[in-house]
Design a protein around this ligand. Structure first.
Ligand SMILES: [Zn+2]
Length: 252
């Protein structure tokens, strides 16, 4: 017999109401979030609230003032202070003290441990995303890549054996692959990065976290096939299937 208010005593009651969601799978999944900026903040917030208990956050930057309009975990007092990843880990732990949020300071190129069940790319440059893509693919780790540009966003889900980020990367991306864009204006290459506002960031990071929920629930077949585009200017979205690139180095 169900008592009045009984469901409200279960922290994850609303998640459990979705028939295919597996809370045991979610709580035991090891998630890697690369990037603790705008997308990373939103992704970690969503992951922890959704019940993920083992989240590692990798980033190499400090907090700057322009982060404050898009990052739920940063405060004015953080500007010029600690590392983004350490602040995200500390504040995300306040959302759910039983979650283990591990900060890693460094570049994705320095990552040696690939013992994860899913990786989320919340990066601002193509070179790091391609590096993450190829290493995740090599280690058989599902990879969910998020990207934003103004009011537009894109999410690609790369599953073992399927088309990867490199497969769909076009020539214009390859040309700018080695330039590290920064929304702070520092270390900027020849094309300034067009960072997204919080509403577009929130949409893209939510799609990424939802893909992680599907993968952790054993429902990878429900994931995006393979790239979904979101345009916040006209509120349209569409999904494009990709093929494994004949000359992609990650296959074969
Ligand atoms: Zn590929």
């Amino acid at each position: 017999m169900i008592r009045v208010g009984q469901h409200d005593e279960d922290r994850f009651d609303r998640m459990r109401r979705v028939p295919w969601v597996d809370m045991d799978g979610i709580s035991s999944s090891r998630v890697l979030v690369v990037g603790a900026g705008a997308l990373g903040n939103e992704a970690v917030k969503n992951l922890v609230l959704a019940g993920f208990r083992d989240v590692t956050v990798l980033d190499m930057d400090h907090v700057v003032a322009s982060n404050l309009s898009r990052c739920v975990f940063f405060r004015d007092s953080d500007v010029g202070g600690g590392m983004k990843t350490e602040i995200v880990a500390a504040r995300a732990s306040e959302l759910d003290p039983s979650a283990r949020i591990k900060p890693l300071v460094g570049r994705v190129q320095d990552l040696e441990d690939w013992d994860y069940d899913v990786a989320l790319g919340c990066l601002d440059n193509v070179a790091a995303r391609l590096h993450l893509n190829s290493h995740a693919y090599f280690h058989g780790v599902p990879y969910v890549d998020g990207a934003t540009d103004g009011f537009r966003g894109k999410v690609q889900t790369v599953l073992p054996g399927g088309p990867c980020l490199q497969c769909v990367m076009n020539r214009s991306h390859a040309r700018i692959a080695e330039v590290r864009f920064s929304c702070t204006g520092n270390k900027t290459g020849f094309v300034p990065k067009m960072a997204a506002d919080i509403t577009t960031t929130a949409v893209v990071a939510a799609i990424q976290a939802r893909e992680a929920i599907k993968i952790a629930s054993g429902k990878a077949e429900m994931c995006i096939k393979h790239v979904t585009y979101y345009n916040g200017e006209n509120n349209e979205s569409f999904t494009l299937e990709a093929r494994i690139g004949k000359d992609c180095v990650n296959h074969g």
